[in-house]
Design a protein around this ligand. Structure first.
Ligand code: CDP
Length: 854
């Protein structure tokens, strides 16, 4: 039932009273800068679009329209017009005056650390500053080909060479899919070029899990860190790129640490540039808040550098990255030299073919073979952001219910503050976002129906924002707010630093986020709701002051704020490292302990990951090398466990690929079943969902839901609403499913003998009592989740097989309250007690077969 206008009023009143009574100002911020041009001379931004609006990133002219291509011509005209409009905005960005400084510094250094507040223009502008640099153009080089000993024709051992293209493209990594896509579309608009695969001449593209959009002309590519790691599997030398920009490094996810490790090796280790003909790779590490000193030290640690593998196989060695160089040969260099800096040079070595001198940025050789003093490897640049004052309001006492408190605050703002001024709310996860969204919708309706507020209070446009949301739904937050409307964006920490959502004047910060945390006694990661760090809280606050002065409502006390950790702790120190180790092994880094990681994880955590990977049969127990199965899993856009299940599903004894894909797709979003807020709704949901529930457990229930949704051809939204299923989450499931199906039809490893069509009517297969499909599916699931199993104890509790921990079936499970002899679960959540979520029933003898349990 909807809340009555009266109760809404009460909500509004109590919220406003709470804040008016107890709120007080927090940190006041420096006065806004009216515009960058007002404080300093207008810089000459030597960008291609400044030089000539007609010139594209390839430096060619785009005015080549023939009459038959009029619509194309019109489209280009529109793109150019939009780019021109955006130019003044770009020029006013805090980073604009630094364009030449950044270009100049990168001509002389290989690694740049760039710190600048969110919104200062790092992600969108830096690639544009660099793309026309000489060192950033593609080159053809000759790479020595190692003779194949096994072929008789190769017995002569003569060194041959192959010509390859190196460089020309800039990669910018992002921790999140949404940021990668939205930045790519913004930069494409700024350049006046179409985006991604929409046109063969597009120069800006993106690549994220389950979605890649590039053209043959792509020169600026936004991609998630995971996708760059995937590209490294195909080409460890990253030959496509002249530069890699690592953005949002302060988030310190596992993948960014891995990316940094590989890049560090590329710029500092011996032999790492062979496959690029010795051509250096520029690295820009960007952050809003990071401890750049730590990263600078990390990149500056002395290590032997193979500077220039030329066609003769001679090497220019530079040990250390700071200071001057001395001559020496590759063979004769003195490893024990304790000086910080020296370099060696073999007999005058020719530049790699077709490579201009300037391109070989890290080489110290000149035509005469003389060494130049070489500057340090790293350089730094600090950008002062543009920030308007943001008033901070804390709650006087801890709030008992975050959602309730968030709703009150939203209504307080909406009914008291003038337009324009959109609201951004930071919540913990998809579930809380969905729940608050439905509460807000109800309040919206009440306000619209109440004669006292109908004509005076504007409309609320409620927009959820979380990672699993389908792209078109995510993009809605960037749309212009309609007249007499206030956007209320309900977001996970996705909007913390990655996204610049325009129009925000009010931020509501729950002070919490969901974090993965390894629980060693359970042997797996669980999702926990944790307090954010101080720097995250300040990032959130900052979102209110990008365009004008704003207000940040913190749903916690000032005392609690002061007790927060200063920075985000790196994921590598708190998560299961299986994925990290598999990534390293797949790239033939066998000595994982000594891989140069910014924050080395504890040795036991690495050992535990190795054991888990052995259990998944991804590593060879004798050699420790990756197995062919492991390599196949590493190339899948899935976790090692889910990848193992997918590959098992094509084995003849399981033969359930289509169904495994449906389940994996459903598991890849947080929750498709919406939580119900009242008893009445709960009952309605239960009865509507009953047709989907399967006695085998949640995995088969998810399968039934996905199959039924896929077969629903009339009104999918209504189908979802009736069952209290999130339509948005279902769309995301379908996105993933489509990609996995495409992958399975193109992948040789995933070729299957299965004859089951994908779109059978709901329940046809899973409810067939005579079918052994449920058994095959659950046994396939066990190949990846053997460590996520528990068995029933005589007292009715469950004990995990790994770690012997007590665990209960989560109330959201269809198996809640049931006694099964054993269970397998997808994840572990810890609230008041330890819960297994997404659970299925097992037979003990299946576990016995796989694990020798009696
Ligand atoms: O990387 P950083 O946070 O420093 O800034 P950015 O992402 O390059 O954004 C610079 C400016 O571009 C923002 O303040 C927005 O005004 C604009 N922008 C946008 O309107 N839409 C996007 N998708 C990205 C940026």
């Amino acid at each position: 039932p909807q809340s009555s206008p009266k109760s809404q009023d009460a909500r509004k009143r109590s919220a406003s009273e709470a804040f008016q009574r107890n709120g007080h100002e927090g940190n006041s911020l420096p006065k806004p800068r009216t515009s960058s041009s007002g404080t300093h001379k207008e810089p000459k931004v030597v960008s291609f679009s400044d030089d000539d609006a007609e010139t594209n990133v390839n430096g060619s002219n785009t005015q080549t329209t023939s009459p038959s291509l009029r619509s194309d011509h019109d489209r280009r005209g529109q793109l150019r017009l939009r780019a021109q409009e955006l130019r003044s905005i770009r020029k006013a960005l805090p980073i604009a005056p630094h364009a030449n400084e950044i270009r100049e510094k990168l001509r002389n250094h290989d690694v740049m650390l760039l710190v600048g507040e969110t919104g200062s223009g790092k992600s969108t502008q830096v690639p544009q500053f660099l793309i026309n640099e000489k060192w950033c153009q593609a080159h053809t080089v000759s790479i020595p080909t190692v003779p194949d000993e096994s072929r008789p024709s190769s017995k002569t051992k003569s060194v041959t060479s192959t010509k390859v293209k190196v460089g020309g493209c800039i990669a910018i990594t992002q921790p999140r899919r949404l940021a990668a896509i939205s930045l790519a579309s913004r930069v494409a608009a700024e350049l006046g070029t179409p985006l991604g695969s929409s046109s063969p001449s597009s120069q800006v593209g993106y690549s994220v899990r389950f979605d890649t959009s590039v053209s043959p002309c792509t020169r600026i590519k936004f991609l998630t860190e995971g996708m760059l790691l995937q590209e490294m599997l195909r080409d460890p030398y990253l030959r496509e790129y002249s530069a890699v920009i690592v953005d949002e490094v302060h988030e310190r996810g596992m993948n960014v640490d891995l990316v940094l490790g590989f890049l560090k090796r590329m710029v500092t280790e011996k032999g790492s540039l062979d496959g690029r003909g010795g051509i250096g790779l520029k690295v820009v590490v960007m952050s809003a808040t990071a401890d750049m000193e730590g990263i600078e030290n990390y990149f500056s640690q002395p290590s032997a550098v193979y500077e220039n593998g030329n066609v003769n196989g001679d090497a220019v060695i530079s040990k250390s990255v700071n200071g001057h160089h001395e001559k020496g040969t590759a063979e004769g260099h003195n490893e024990s030299d304790s000086e910080d800096s020296w370099s060696g040079l073999s007999s005058p070595s020719p530049e790699p073919e077709d490579v201009p001198q300037s391109m070989n940025s890290r080489s110290i050789a000149t035509k005469g073979g003389k060494a130049h003093p070489r500057k340090s490897l790293t350089t730094a640049c600090h950008i002062k952001g543009r920030q308007y004052p943001v008033k901070v309001i804390y709650t006087p006492a801890p709030v008992p219910d975050i959602l309730d408190s968030a709703l009150h605050t939203i209504l307080h703002i909406h009914t008291h503050e003038p337009l324009p001024g959109d609201v951004l709310v930071f919540l913990t996860g998809q579930e809380t976002v969905e729940n608050l969204a439905s509460l807000c919708q109800e309040a919206n309706l009440s306000l619209a129906q109440d004669p006292r507020t109908r004509s005076t209070v504007p409309k609320m446009l409620i927009l959820p924002l979380f990672a699993a949301l389908p792209q078109h739904a995510q993009q809605r937050v960037f749309d212009k707010t309609p007249p007499r409307t206030r956007k209320i964006i309900l977001s996970t920490n996705i909007a913390e630093t990655s996204l610049t959502v325009p129009g925000i004047r009010y931020v509501i910060d729950s002070g919490k986020c969901k974090k993965k945390q390894f629980r060693s006694r359970l042997g797996l990661d669980s999702l926990l709701v944790k307090p954010i760090s101080k720097s995250a809280a300040n990032q959130r606050k900052g979102r209110a002051g990008r365009e004008a002065a704003g207000t940040c409502y913190r749903l916690y006390t000032e005392k609690d704020y002061l007790m927060l950790d200063q920075d985000n702790d790196p994921e590598i120190l708190r998560c299961d490292l299986s994925q990290l180790v598999l990534t390293l092994k797949a790239r033939h880094v066998d000595d994982v302990i000594n891989f140069p990681l910014l924050t080395p994880p504890p040795r036991e955590a690495l050992e535990r990951a190795l054991l888990h990977l052995l259990q998944l049969q991804t590593l060879d127990p004798q050699s420790g090398h990756i197995t062919p199965l492991g390599l196949s899993i590493a190339t899948l856009p899935l976790s090692a466990s889910l990848g193992r299940v997918l590959l098992a599903s094509v084995e003849p004894q399981f033969n359930c690929l289509a169904e495994a894909i449906d389940i994996i797709s459903a598991l890849s979003v947080e929750n498709i079943f919406l939580a119900t807020t009242t008893e009445e709704k709960k009952e309605a949901a239960e009865s509507a969902r009953r047709e989907l529930y399967r006695r085998e457990g949640d995995h088969l229930t998810l399968l039934a839901a996905v199959q039924a949704y896929a077969c629903e051809n009339s009104d999918r939204k209504a189908w979802c609403a009736k069952r209290f299923i999130s339509h948005r989450a279902m769309q995301a499931v379908m996105d993933v499913r489509k990609q996995l199906l495409a992958l399975s039809s193109s992948s040789r490893t995933l070729t299957t003998t299965t004859t089951t069509p994908n779109n059978m009517a709901a329940g046809d297969r899973v409810s067939d009592a005579t079918s052994d499909l449920p058994t095959r599916l659950l046994r396939a699931l066990l190949t990846g989740f053997l460590s996520n199993t528990a068995r029933l104890m005589p007292d009715g509790s469950y004990r995990t097989l790994t770690g012997n921990q007590t665990v209960a079936i989560h109330p959201s499970s269809v198996l809640f309250g049931r006694r099964c002899e054993a269970i397998v679960y997808h994840e572990f959540v810890f609230t008041q007690r330890s819960y297994a979520r997404s659970v299925s029933a097992l037979q003990m003898d299946w576990l016995g077969e796989m694990w020798g349990v009696n």
